[in-house]
Design a protein around this ligand. Structure first.
Ligand code: ADP
Ligand code: MG
Length: 651
């Protein structure tokens, strides 16, 4: 059953021509594009070789060619996520993509951009990792990278990679048959990072059908979403060990919806670290203290090739500096243990966050090139006490899942479950007293729209500030501000009379649009949330954890704020009433009322809920009496001489 079928007008040239939709894995180190053809998801290779070690490259080293053959990876399918910005001999811009760019990295490290994904939707403040680039731009916006071609924005750089993949797909598929694409993003990506990715895709000319979480895509590739008929919720662990990053996600699949229960990882832990560990070991074996840069690079390459070869054979020889070292699987396992232990402690923490036990997990999916290593598979199997799923190429699994989703979205296939994702954090707006009113709570399936009515707080109020927030806490100051706008032109009315309808709409990519409308006058305002910088992964985690940790404290604070607001309302109403009817009070009554007012005002300055509530009670004794007097007076006027008491007695 497919719930969301997106009909794209004006896309297909001929009504009956087959339409294709792409799945794109825009990876930190490598990217690829896949499509469902004849019912089969498959990765699209490059017609023009991307691969240094193949055909016409005569002076290339033989080792890498052998290694490529041994590991059996079709490297033409994997596009290194690298873009080189230079100038040719005539001073004209020269831009290289993929392995051609990679070849320039040594020579021009400052403007051969790798791992641009780490910069997406981030501000300079967020960028705490090492990189060789000169960043330009204000502190709180996404910085650009300085190159001989001028400053290049991360969105623009990503779009070059995406366009390259798009062009590949165009070459492989019939003209005008590509309807759109699903692009994958890490589960922890926030609104800003997702928006940046979407912008990059649109800049590349792609019609973005959906941004999809990488772990969700991997689960889809294994068909873990077609267990929709299952009565019980299914929990899946997606273990993704790539070149430079480690991500683990726990997904719950329940009634057709994938929910991200928890995520964790390391932004600097991956296959590269395994290579470094092998180099360290090799240095020790050979009694080498120091390696110069060239030697180190050589060692690293040899280590990497040995590591990759060990995924297919039990034993390899590592040739470095005219010496040969023997490395077998058991040895390799011992060498990289320290790195794998780190990934396991992250897994355990994430399991705790998700409040799950090992036997709650139905499947473990392996993603990322490094999970080809037998040692990695073994450790994962040990910890989760089950054989992980690794039959689909771990480099391709995310792109394949994205292609399957894309194919469903354009209505080509009705297999699989509902293609729903969820909001990672709650969304809400600021109300009186610095409180957050949540409109959409965390883990709500998207797309979703929620509407709620609000009203004015003051008489004659003609404008209202709509402040949009993200987070799990009750107070504005503890959540993240996503944006604000003002709804103006509200007709002046008594406080509480205006009807302001606020709508939060999250589209299928998790992007938010907020609109506000005063229903009696029809005045209307709205914003698309496009923050200029993003939350870091750890910030998202912190916001989530804070939500749990401070639940009690928040309850107290919310109670306090609400008590204060109630008290202020009471005081304001009284003040208004006194302006009109103070004359009804005796001097004594007036003094009592005044004293109670002053007392409440003093208590309001404290944070003592009980004291404020008591003061409100005291004030109410006097103000209720005053209200009765006023009522009598009004009814007097209305009923010409009948007292309230008489009137109510007669009923
Ligand atoms: P990312 O998702 O970070 O872009 P990948 O998932 O493509 O990265 O993984 C790249 C890593 O996988 C590199 O460290 C590479 O050495 C490693 N790798 C590739 N093939 C193998 C293999 N056959 N055995 C072990 N590791 C491999
Ligand atoms: Mg990856």
């Amino acid at each position: 059953m497919s719930l969301l079928q997106i009909a794209e007008p004006n896309q297909s040239a001929k009504p009956h021509a087959h339409r294709f939709a792409l799945g794109i894995d825009l990876g930190t180190t490598r990217s690829l594009v896949a499509v469902v053809r004849s019912g089969e998801p498959q990765v699209i290779g490059d017609k023009v070789s991307e691969c240094q070690s193949s055909d016409n490259n005569t002076n290339d080293n033989d080792d890498s060619q052998i290694a490529n053959q041994v590991k059996g990876i079709d490297c033409q399918k994997l596009l290194p996520s690298v873009v080189y910005f230079g100038l040719d001999d005539n001073g004209n811009p020269e831009t290289l993509v993929g392995s051609h760019a990679e070849a320039m990295a040594e020579q021009a490290p400052n403007h051969t951009v790798r791992s641009v994904k780490r910069f997406m939707g981030r501000s300079i403040k967020d960028i705490k990792f090492n990189h060789p680039y000169e960043l330009v731009g204000d502190v709180d916006v996404m910085p650009s990278i300085q190159t001989p071609q001028g400053a290049k924005n991360p969105v623009e750089i990503s779009s070059i990679l995406l366009k390259h993949l798009y062009d590949r797909a165009k070459l492989a598929l019939p003209d005008n048959s590509i309807v759109g694409a699903v692009i994958t993003v890490p589960a922890y990506f926030d609104e800003a990072q997702r928006q940046a990715t979407r912008d990059a895709a649109e800049l590349a000319g792609l019609n973005v059908l959906r941004l999809l979480n990488e772990p969700t895509a991997a689960a889809v590739a294994y068909g873990l979403d077609s267990d929709a008929h299952l009565e019980h919720d299914q929990n899946y662990v997606i273990y993704d060990l790539g070149g430079g990053t480690f991500d683990v996600s726990i997904l719950r699949f329940s009634q057709g919806v994938f929910e991200v229960l928890a995520t964790g990882g390391h932004t600097a832990l991956g296959g590269d670290d395994l290579d470094r560990l092998i180099v360290k070991w090799a240095k020790k074996q050979l009694n080498i203290e120091i390696l110069d840069d060239t030697e180190y690079a050589h060692f690293l390459l040899a280590a990497r090739q040995a590591k990759e070869a060990l995924s297919d054979v039990d034993y390899v020889e590592l040739k470095v500096l005219d010496q040969t070292l023997e490395l077998d699987r058991a040895n390799f396992e011992a060498i990289i243990k320290i790195a794998l232990d780190k990934t396991m402690s992250v897994c355990k923490r994430v399991m705790r966050d998700a409040k799950l036990e090992i036997n709650d997990i139905q499947n473990v999916v392996l993603v990322g090139g490094s999970t080809r290593s037998y040692a990695v598979q073994k450790v994962v199997a040990d910890v989760f006490q089950q054989e992980p799923l690794c039959t689909i190429n771990p480099d391709e699994v995310v792109a394949l899942g994205a292609a399957i989703t894309a194919n469903q979205l354009i209505g080509n296939s009705t297999d699989g479950a509902l293609l729903l994702d969820v909001t990672p954090l709650s969304l809400g707006l600021e109300t009186m007293g610095g409180l957050v009113e949540r409109l959409i709570s965390r883990n709500t399936a998207i797309p979703v729209a929620r509407r709620q009515e609000f009203t004015t707080y003051q008489d004659g109020q003609t404008a209202m500030l709509i402040h949009v927030l993200q987070g799990e806490r009750d107070l504005v100051e503890h959540c993240r501000s996503l944006g604000r706008f003002v709804l103006r032109g509200i007709p002046p009315m008594t406080a509480g009379q205006a009807r302001i309808e606020v709508t939060f709409q999250v589209d299928a990519d998790g992007l938010l649009m907020v609109s506000a409308k005063e229903t009696t006058s029809g005045v209307h305002a709205q914003i698309d949330i496009k923050p200029s910088y993003g939350l870091s992964e750890s910030d998202t985690e912190r916001l989530l954890l804070d939500g749990y940790k401070f639940a009690e404290e928040d309850k107290h604070l919310r109670h306090l704020h609400e008590t204060k607001i109630e008290a202020q309302r009471e005081l304001e109403a009284l003040e208004q009433a006194l302006k009109v009817d103070a004359i009804l009070l005796t001097t004594e009554q007036f003094a009592d009322l005044n004293q109670a007012t002053v007392y409440l005002t003093t208590q309001l300055a404290t944070d003592d809920i009980q004291a404020i509530e008591n003061a409100v009670e005291k004030l109410k004794i006097h103000s209720d009496a005053f209200a009765a007097l006023r009522m009598n007076q009004h009814i007097d006027q209305a009923l010409k001489g009948t007292k309230l008491n008489d009137w109510s007695n007669s009923n």
